[in-house]
Design a protein around this ligand. Sequence first.
Ligand code: SAM
Length: 390
Amino acid sequence: MTPAARIAAAISLLDRIASGDPAERALTNWARTNRYAGSKDRAAIRDHVFDALRCRGSFAALGGGEQGRALMLGMMRAQLIDPDALFTGEGYAPQPLTDTERAAFEAAAPENIAALDWPAWLRPILQADLGADYPAISQAMRARAPVFLRVNLAHGTRDQAQTALAGEGIIAQPHVLAETALEVTQGARLIQRSQAYLNGLVELQDASSQAAAALLPLAPGDRVLDYCAGGGGKALAIAAACPQARIFAHDADPGRMRDLPARAKRAGARITQRPPGDPGAGYDVVLVDAPCSGSGTWRRTPEAKWRLDPARLSELCALQAQILMAAADLVAPEGALAYMTCSVLQAENEDQLNKIADYGWSVEIARRFSPQSGGDGFFAAVLRRSQGAR
Ligand SMILES: C[S@@+](CC[C@H](N)C(=O)[O-])C[C@H]1O[C@@H](n2cnc3c(N)ncnc32)[C@H](O)[C@@H]1O
């Protein structure tokens, strides 16, 4: 496909997504019905679509509208690409610009363009929560997220993993956020078929999540509960960091843990699943990796940011408080309660710690991870019962 034909495909996909099709489904259906498109075409079209979803506000402002054509024109303007070279109407290229489109394309650009890529209702909240970092974080969230691997130190060193991956065409560099983190700079599409991955030497995990897991106070023999285990990313990181810990995984929706046995087998980890509503008790460490807005990960899931609304955010905050209270009861008297979200919103992070402080929990560690450091926006805290509350 020509670059112009890829733009035309992205335009039609963006219009389908705007009419309610989830992006992944729209892309899969498009690939099924357009078999002539090769893997490079599909990857380029996917990148256009996700770039436009991530930067929907700014591309709409630059391109003069929310439809697929305007978004692609906005993208060209943002990337300083001449639209007349691609919007030619020849072959499978999009039709040439109308006078109205040209006027929009040439109009003065709005100010603070990066802020437009947050939903309007959230901008003042983020501005207050992120303070001086708001402009830089807004900018960082418009870029594609890097691919990170966690090296399973129980199976080999980071150097060994880097060498093994390079032998399979995957180039990865150590990342400063965590001693287990490698950032993949080439060959990301080969990861899941590589021996390094299949043998459990590496696992896909964002660098901020890795750094957050490294904050957990783990000791050999500890009983550790991952209360909101989902696919088990944190439980697996815990197993790799402290192979002598006894690890338990629980989730209100056991279906979310369906991949965990295979992932644990690959990693050589023993993780015991607990049935929903029966998590056990008396743990040395209980981790709540809470359901959240995901605002720190919206580079990867840009549709989610346009779906979130104030009512859903309030619901999530209430659920987080409720989960944290329930999990606190499962901690042994001298044990630790850990709280994490992949959100950059104070309401989901520090405010939750303030609420549980009223029940005798004090903060030992609290750390915000900013997408400016490369990984996702993330929050992690470790709490202990205050003196007298034990
Ligand atoms: C952020 S995800 C967990 C991600 C996972 N820890 C990982 O690293 O891959 C949050 C999980 O919380 C679960 N959850 C939601 N409500 C819950 C509740 N009341 N009790 C326990 N888990 C809950 C969801 O099913 C979801 O799998």
